[in-house]
Design a protein around this ligand. Structure first.
Ligand code: SF4
Length: 358
């Protein structure tokens, strides 16, 4: 597959994960547990890692949450970013606790002296700060100047925060410019990508629930990533954060940037389909969620003899249905024809064999 030319950016490091400079686009997600609940937060971090997240983010809204950070860090399977708004003392506490990164907008934490303290402490700890501008919390003067949430308003807001850090000699910066409108966020990231070489954390924010949110996210991130823009991403769904991580991984995989897990091909069905292919494909897809291949594999579930054998034979493991059953292929070779009643079990058995044989 043709490689996409990535925009060259500076590198920042979150724990062991390098972001920018052509490093693989990493997947982040944010816990929705009460951070002060150490056990629940750790359980979700493990689940996020299993779903494909490489960096975790925790809200630190109060001192109780900040107090829990050392215990979480001791057992976290992922490097962790503290998400802080307004209170610079919480930022200093998160740095002292050993968090691997901060998300804080320096323009929102008060005096220049507070900004200086946070910048100096982060620099001494060797951790980056993400400036994260969101269309829902732009300053009033920029909303007035730009007549609402526009790409230029987002960019100007981000550059204000960046400048405050640079004024303190701090340059380990990532930038996010999130809006819930795909055209606005794409425009904003394109613009800032031309103005700076800081690494970009990309995402469409507040996309909604699973179906619409997935469409919106894939559109926004897909456009940017195909243009070589974006060094790390976060999917934002009103759903289980594990779905965010999995969707982020899927998007990178489908773009060929980081092939991962299963590539799933199934046909739309038509008047030639004789078996209940929709239900069969859904059952296969659900079963695949519990089987993680050691390397990316392609699965095809097809409805008839027109395109079925070709797609099924092209996949690592494929199924081409006929009148009362289906022909299973493995690496292009016919395994056998199985009755409809046995088809699902026979197919999943072959899938499992394929993955366990590596
Ligand atoms: S593979 Fe066959 S059943 Fe499926 S859409 Fe194509 S022609 Fe129709």
């Amino acid at each position: 597959m043709k490689g996409y030319e990535r925009k060259r950016t500076k590198i920042v490091t979150i724990g062991e994960v390098k972001i920018g400079g052509g490093n693989p686009v990493s997947v982040q997600s944010m816990c929705n547990t009460n951070t002060a609940d150490v056990a629940a937060t750790l359980a979700q971090l493990h689940a996020l890692q299993a779903a494909g997240a490489e960096i975790g983010r925790l809200a630190v809204p109060d001192q109780e949450a900040a107090d829990a950070l050392p215990a979480i860090l001791r057992q976290s399977p992922l490097p962790l970013v503290a998400d802080i708004h307004f209170d610079y003392r919480l930022a200093l506490a998160a740095i002292r606790a050993g968090m691997h990164g901060l998300r804080i907008n320096p323009g929102n934490i008060g005096s220049a002296e507070r900004v200086r303290q946070v910048a100096l402490a982060a620099k001494a700890a060797g951790i980056p700060i993400r400036v994260g501008v969101n269309g829902g919390s732009l300053p009033a003067d920029l909303l007035d100047k730009h007549h609402g949430v526009t790409a230029d308003a987002l960019v100007e807001a981000a550059l204000r925060h960046v400048e405050l850090l640079e004024d303190n000699g701090f340059h380990a910066i990532k930038i996010a410019l999130k809006a819930s409108s795909v055209p606005v966020m794409v425009d904003a990231y394109r613009t800032i990508s031309g103005l700076t070489d800081y690494p970009l954390h990309i995402g469409v924010t507040e996309t909604g629930t699973l179906y619409r949110g997935s469409v919106k996210t894939a559109l926004g991130l897909g456009v940017l990533l195909l243009e070589g823009i974006g060094d790390t991403l976060r999917v934002s769904l009103t759903d289980d954060p594990c779905r965010e991580a999995a969707l982020g991984r899927e998007i990178l995989s489908m773009l060929g940037l980081r092939p991962w897990g299963w590539e799933f091909v199934s046909c739309p069905t038509c008047g030639r389909t004789k078996v209940d292919l929709i239900s069969l494909a859904q059952r296969v897809e659900a079963a695949l969620m519990d089987i993680t291949p050691a390397k990316p594999l392609k699965v095809a579930v097809m409805g008839c003899a027109v395109n079925g054998p070709g797609e099924a034979a092209d996949a690592d493991i494929g199924l081409a249905c006929g009148a009362d059953g289906g022909l299973i292929f493995r690496h292009g070779e016919k395994v056998g024809y199985f009755d409809q009643a046995d088809l699902f079990e026979e197919f999943i058995r072959r899938v499992r064999e394929l993955t366990t044989e590596g």
